[in-house]
Design a protein around this ligand. Structure first.
Ligand code: PHE
Length: 457
């Protein structure tokens, strides 16, 4: 191990890295965002395109980000600067730093809600919920309270700040190892209950039987954004996390594991959500409140349901925390590496800024009528931030990263990094082709279509 590796810290093992990266990838993106975006975009047809994008765009871009990170041992801005000083590429890293704060600001709002729901379940607020409408009414009144939303946002940013202050640490590895499998098992049990509800069949076919008449180019844009968001790509998270991987590890297989588990959890949470949603007569295109409405109504129909409910929201909060840590780590690593700030100063400042930018999002799910409807009747400030940073910024970032890996730094440089210490680059030729000819062209085409139609939201 070189001295720089010792100074910056490394993941404890290959498994340690996979857990940390999976911890970043698996979060609200899978359980909160994936089902509602799928619901708004035609169900099964969206899922199909999503999975294709995970394999054809997500995985190749993840391999690129990890190899840039491991080679340079830097944050995204520093990484591009090391490889090509005095070029414009550092601005791609800069976009990632801004995107990290942008995503974190609204992500922490939803993460705060999962903590709020955990508390509400413990307090017995859902003991008498029987119908989807009752559950929806609880969500509406919960989010209408500005003090609650802002306090929960504050709490979650504070939690993230506290963890990141300690450095990307053994703690994440240890906790993820225990909690993620539990989350997985709980989701399986919920899925079983959901698919056995009366009237679940319609939900299953909505989710699993593609209806090609619902296909539009907009579906591709939303699926691309969702795939990148869910895999934590396009803003340099994986560059930053890659900088802590040991040279011995095989980046390709690590990336494949992360993408596989992330997709598995997303698919599974759809299987929890859609059958129940149809069984209860709710609208699949209902938007950002979907999980908060659907989950409690499933618990109501399970023996010991409220214990389940408390467990799942607690684990969801933990899954969100391992993602918010990675979001905050990008700007923090940037200020520490490039501006020589102390870690403490960087973490506190980024935390304060995130909290302030997060406030309008916290008020936009019902507390403030202007912020709630800023774009459309059903499209508020949080939705806008989610689209701008969670879809478009990441897509633009992924476009440039694929150009960088495919042409600028070059496919052979990436291959050399991956093949260190005898690691095998599986499907090398295929990756080289995809990263040069599929990823940038597909992303460019999709973004141009959106810009051309003005169908941003
Ligand atoms: N991938 C995380 C999730 O699905 C969110 C995230 C996006 C984290 C971008 C880091 C970077 O919850």
């Amino acid at each position: 191990m070189s001295s720089t590796e010792i100074d910056r810290g490394n993941w404890g093992s290959k498994l340690g890295f996979i857990l940390a990266a999976a911890g970043s990838a698996i979060g609200l993106g899978n359980i909160w965002r994936f089902p509602y975006v799928a619901g708004q975009n035609g169900g099964a047809i969206f899922v199909l395109i999503y999975v294709i994008f995970v394999v054809m765009i997500g995985l190749p871009v993840m391999i690129s980000e990890l190899s840039i990170g491991r080679r340079t041992q830097k944050n995204p801005v520093g990484a591009f600067k090391v490889l090509f000083p005095k070029s414009f590429w550092k601005y791609v890293g800069g976009l990632g730093v801004i995107t990290g704060i942008g995503i974190l600001s609204f992500y922490a709002v939803i993460a705060g809600y999962t903590v709020g729901y955990f508390i509400k379940i413990i307090l017995g607020d859902f003991n008498h919920v029987l119908t989807g409408d009752q559950s929806a009414a609880i969500f509406t009144s919960f989010t209408a309270n500005p003090y609650v939303s802002i306090s929960l946002l504050f709490l979650f940013v504070l939690l993230t700040v506290m963890v990141v202050m300690g450095g990307v640490s053994a703690g994440i590895e240890r906790w993820s190892k225990i909690l993620m499998p539990i989350l997985f098992v709980l989701l399986i049990l919920l899925a079983i209950r959901s698919v056995t509800l009366k009237g679940a069949g319609a939900g299953l076919s909505f989710y699993l039987k593609p209806d090609f008449s619902k296909l539009s180019l907009t579906t591709f844009a939303r699926a691309l954004g969702q795939a990148l968001f869910s895999l934590s790509l396009g803003m340099g998270t994986m560059i930053t996390y890659g900088s802590y991987i040991s040279k011995k590890d095989n980046l390709v297989t690590s990336a494949a594991y992360v993408a596989f588990f992330d997709t598995l959890i997303a698919i599974l949470s759809g299987l929890v959500m859609f059958p129940a949603l149809f069984a209860m007569g709710l609208d699949p295109a209902g938007g950002a409140g979907l999980v908060f409405v659907v989950l409690p109504s499933i618990f109501a129909k399970m023996p010991g349901g409220m214990i389940f409910g408390a467990g799942i929201f607690l684990l969801l909060a933990v899954a969100a925390l391992t993602s918010t840590i990675s979001l905050l780590e990008v700007p923090v690593a940037y200020f520490v590496d490039e501006h020589k700030w102390t870690r403490k100063k960087a973490v506190i400042w980024m935390g304060v800024i995130t909290f302030i930018i997060g406030i309008p999002s916290a008020l936009s799910l019902g507390a403030n009528s202007v912020l709630s409807t800023i774009i459309r009747k059903d499209f508020g400030f949080l939705d806008m931030m989610n689209a701008v940073f969670g879809n478009y910024s990441l897509s633009i970032g992924a476009f440039f990263i694929s150009i960088f890996a495919g042409y600028k730094w070059g496919v052979h440089a990436v291959a050399k990094e991956i093949e260190q210490e005898g690691s095998i680059f599986y499907y090398k030729k295929l990756w080289m082709f995809i990263i040069r000819f599929i990823c940038p062209i597909a992303i460019f085409f999709i973004l141009s279509y959106i810009a051309w139609t003005g169908n941003y939201f």
